[in-house]
Design a protein around this ligand. Structure first.
Ligand SMILES: Cc1cc2nc3c(=O)[nH]c(=O)nc-3n(C[C@H](O)[C@H](O)[C@H](O)COP(=O)(O)OP(=O)(O)OC[C@H]3O[C@@H](n4cnc5c(N)ncnc54)[C@H](O)[C@@H]3O)c2cc1C
Ligand code: FES
Ligand code: FES
Length: 475
């Protein structure tokens, strides 16, 4: 694990730390990739982490005077999903971010981190490539802008230098004549890495295609385009024969491998199916179908930013104290600087209601609120909690009264072994804050990050519905 955890207050401070520590240092954003890598010992040379999540202004999304959409490096997947601009003018990216993991992960994980990890299965790279995105890289010495196609050079490899920070992603917005879609196939609907994903962005003149970009993920070492299919579509209208041929040409461009999630043959066939579906949707104008208009965030009443302005940056090493408010009580913790937030809560603060299930962001048993938002505490470095407010399961009941979601779990018998229950309760409490009267679809969305191996979920969903009734009665 890391030796020193820096939390700079400005971008310049972060850049100079990076140039000072170079190969020994790595930037940490949401931490949902890097914490797993470090816990698994995959990057033993990482001695310094530089946390950029509390630098103001890095999560902005806007359409600038250069007629490009710009998104900042700290923009999370949930912020993408919530952005009216991106929903309207960059639908494939919004669809990809919505397909990423679970609400708790999307509240931390950034699009920039997704690109930089450069896994061929990472979902936002496929639409950003189809949108012709470029990235801005800055070091203390210079700034450069490179196309996303040139940025990624292989499996988990990019051209980024050790002293560089990715400071922006930009691309031309879609409009009525240039429309796009992202489709993903995973082994289940939530919390699933792509078996295959595709994105298509087409420009139309009336019904005729004048430009085409079709990209595919999880079928080659990097996200690839489909030049023959793209060329085939130019000057054509999207009749069945044209679409079938384009889908076939795209499938021929795929270079998939066999692995535990699927055979190469199946993946190639799924490219054909998804490209076909994408082109039909764009032809029929229903590419938005299924994309939520009011997505569940697990932000509660919060606006979605995870950072509070700092007066000055700080560093945590060895025994430096982490000052944190947990369930309204202040703690000063020593000796937790190299732990995850989950371990600090359980081992140093002594609140063991928050459970460790998977320790990999998959099960939701470790859900807590960090400055008002539901997050997976196993995916967060403990020093990130310095000068923050945390709520754990022990903080849900107030003045001796169970929270409505707790009361409803008792009434509905939604607990068997109970190990997953704290995580479900935290997700439920945050959902009710956000949607006091949630639909069944919203309830299901809110628990996509929580796994239960005992109950079969029916009673949990009933308990959420009962909690909404109890909440209404209490008002
Ligand atoms: C349970 C689970 C499910 C997941 N499901 C999906 C999924 O469905 N689809 C998918 O695509 N991904 C998935 N992921 C992967 C992960 O959540 C994403 O890749 C995420 O977007 C990474 O962003 P982050 O901010 O957490 O990155 P971090 O972990 O903070 O960083 C990732 C890498 O980027 C570097 N970095 C980050 N920001 C910068 C910057 N601005 N400048 C320089 N370097 C930087 C870091 O040093 C590190 O190398 C999942 C992960 C988990 C744990
Ligand atoms: S998600 Fe954190 S322990 Fe499983
Ligand atoms: S009640 Fe046992 S894992 Fe959910």
């Amino acid at each position: 694990m890391w030796e020193t955890y820096y939390t700079p207050a400005t971008l310049n401070e972060a850049l100079s730390l990076l140039s000072e520590h170079r190969d020994a240092a790595r930037v940490i954003a949401g931490g949902t990739d890097i914490i797993i890598e470090l816990e698994r010992g995959l990057r033993p040379d990482t001695r310094v982490l530089i946390d950029i999540t509390r630098i103001p202004g890095l999560d902005e999304i806007g359409l600038w005077d250069d007629d490009l959409i710009h998104i900042g490096p700290m923009t999370t997947h949930n912020q993408v999903v919530a952005s009216p601009l991106l929903g309207e003018r960059a639908l494939p990216l919004a669809q990809a971010s919505w397909s990423e993991s679970s609400p708790q992960i999307r509240n931390r994980a950034t699009v920039a981190g997704n690109i930089i990890t450069a896994s061929p299965a990472n979902d936002t790279i496929t639409p950003l490539r189809a949108l012709g995105a470029q990235v801005t890289l800055r070091s203390s010495a210079q700034e450069r802008i490179v196309s996303l196609a040139d940025f990624i050079t292989g499996v988990r490899r990019t051209i980024m230098q050790p002293d560089e920070i990715l400071t922006g992603i930009s691309f031309a917005p879609l409009d009525a004549n240039r429309r796009g879609i992202f489709l993903k196939l995973g082994l289940r609907r939530a919390q699933a890495i792509a078996l295959v994903n595709v994105s298509a962005v087409l420009r139309f003149d009336g019904d005729t295609v004048t430009e085409a970009s079709i990209t595919q993920g999880s079928v080659a070492p990097v996200i690839i385009s489909s030049p023959e299919a793209e060329q085939w579509l130019i000057g054509k209208t999207l009749d069945k024969a044209t679409i079938d041929k384009a889908a076939e040409l795209a499938a021929q461009a795929a270079m998939p491998i066999d692995d535990v999630r699927g055979s190469a043959k199946y993946r190639r066939e799924m490219v054909r199916v998804l490209v076909r579906r994408a082109l039909v949707a764009l032809r029929d104008g229903n590419e938005r179908d299924g994309h939520p208009t009011r997505p569940v965030m697990l932000w509660g009443r919060h606006a979605g930013e995870l950072h509070r302005r700092l007066d000055q940056g700080f560093a945590h090493r060895d025994d430096d104290p982490i000052e944190v408010t947990v369930n309204g009580r202040q703690y000063v913790v020593h000796g937790a600087n190299h732990k995850t937030l989950l371990r600090m809560i359980r081992e140093d603060i002594g609140l063991t209601g928050t459970k460790e299930g998977c320790d990999e962001g998959e099960c939701g048993a470790c859900t807590v609120f960090l400055d008002g938002m539901a997050v997976m505490s196993c995916m967060i470095a403990a020093p990130r909690a310095h000068q923050t407010e945390i709520v754990t399961i022990e903080g849900l009941a107030r003045d001796g009264n169970l929270h409505p979601i707790q009361q409803a779990f008792v009434e509905e018998g939604a607990v068997q072994c109970g190990y997953c229950t704290p995580g479900f309760l935290m997700a439920g409490a945050k959902l009710l804050e956000e949607r006091p009267n949630p639909s069944r679809w919203e309830i299901r969305q809110s628990i996509t990050g929580n796994l239960c191996r005992c109950t079969g979920y029916y009673k949990i969903v009933s308990a959420f519905e009962q909690a909404a009734r109890l909440l209404k009665e209490r008002k």
